[in-house]
Write a protein that binds this ligand. Sequence first.
Ligand code: ADP
Ligand code: MG
Length: 471
Amino acid sequence: MEQPSLKQIWQAILGEAELTMSKANFTTWFKSSFIHNYEDETLTIGVPNGFTRAWFENKFSKEISQIFHKITGNKPKEIKYIIKLKPQENQASQSFLESGPVEKSESSEKIATETKKEKPIDSAYNQACLSAGLNPRYNFDSFIVGKHNELAHAACWAAVRKPGETYNPLFIYGGVGLGKTHLLQAIGHELIKAGKKVLYVTSEKFTNDYVEAVYHGQANSFKSLYRNVDLLLVDDIQFMAGKDGTQQEFFHTFDQLHRANKQIVITSDRPPRSMKAVEARLITRFEWGMVADISQPDLETRIAILNTKCQQKQFSLDREILEYIATNINNNVRELEGALNRIMGFCQFHNQEPSLMIVQQVLKDFFASIQANNLSTPQKIIEAVANFYNINVSDLLGSSRKRELVGPRQIAMYLLRIKVNASFPSIGQEMGGRDHTTAMHACTKIEKDLISDNKLKQDIDQISQSITSTY
Ligand code: ADP
Ligand code: MG
């Protein structure tokens, strides 16, 4: 068999890595990375920036080494990282055996776009995207619109056309892997093109930056960074729950930007009203502008998404194969992409045309792992409830009769009953050794309350969704 090229090896590593990743952003940086060379048992990987290098070093060196070994039979003694933009396709597709250092050329300063047809993006724009924290792939062109996301998509375009005017803030919510980050960043791309100052952060990064700034006595530079932008994109705001200091700072950032008619766009896994441990004044503000949801794509849209992704990757799959994948993966676009990467990696590596049989074979484990992931277990249910109400699992299972614990505790017992069909004694057991009559009482109570309490129903729906959509 022909030696695989460095690019093919990297493709296979990506395919594997995709399965273990939870953050879209990380996918980004992984994808703008590449194998620079392999010499003297040293594997050198090109990464776009120091941030990505730190991620690789801390989280993925071991995995990369293992997968590289599996594919090539060579075990790298060392993995090094250099900061370098991804070279053009022709340079990256050197044979593995011929690989020498890739010459730095003018074109290597530009990021290779995913398809050869696309023009390389100019580097000033590219630099602006990187410093704004944007993934080059997450733009409107690569975003497919279906019924499940058309409202959110339209609202995002409205924010692009009249930033700070039409919908401010714009609040987008929905489950994991449904395209929130992609849409959020697409707004960023458009406004960078319009010459605006854009900043994308996850709420965790905002929190970390804030804590660091305070710690180092640099609160002012933090403020000037976050309060002097035209567009602030805050991803996964739910992680700000319970962080009072950060929320307070965010409140002031928000107000200052809002007063200056600067656009703010926020994403979350749930609507503002369902957010727990978030200040009421923030929740009120989240609802000032527009709240739009993204739901799960229907079968046709899933096929369309797969089809477009194939075209982008210049990879072709028969309709019957697309249908097969889209039927088996029904609640998460990231998983659709993961499946596709796996098939591509396999076919390129073995130099085979994809057939339905091959695809079924390749995806067998993948489906099994998705299923296992989506399966509710008592542990997952308990964690999801604790997470949703922002309380500790030990408090949820403990004996305190505080109101803010009793309600969630009953909900957890109810969910154990309906999701895993647990018996009352075993529910009692799971819930910190309670009596079976307590479990029975909880389930009856929640069932009764559900008839008239819409808010409760919404909460329970959200929790159920989070159980099946976490990684
Ligand atoms: P979320 O932030 O909601 O968890 P992401 O925005 O990270 O989801 O999306 C997960 C993956 O699925 C990304 O690679 C993204 O590009 C892709 N994706 C999601 N929705 C779409 C869509 N409508 N069109 C194209 N790609 C999509
Ligand atoms: Mg996201």
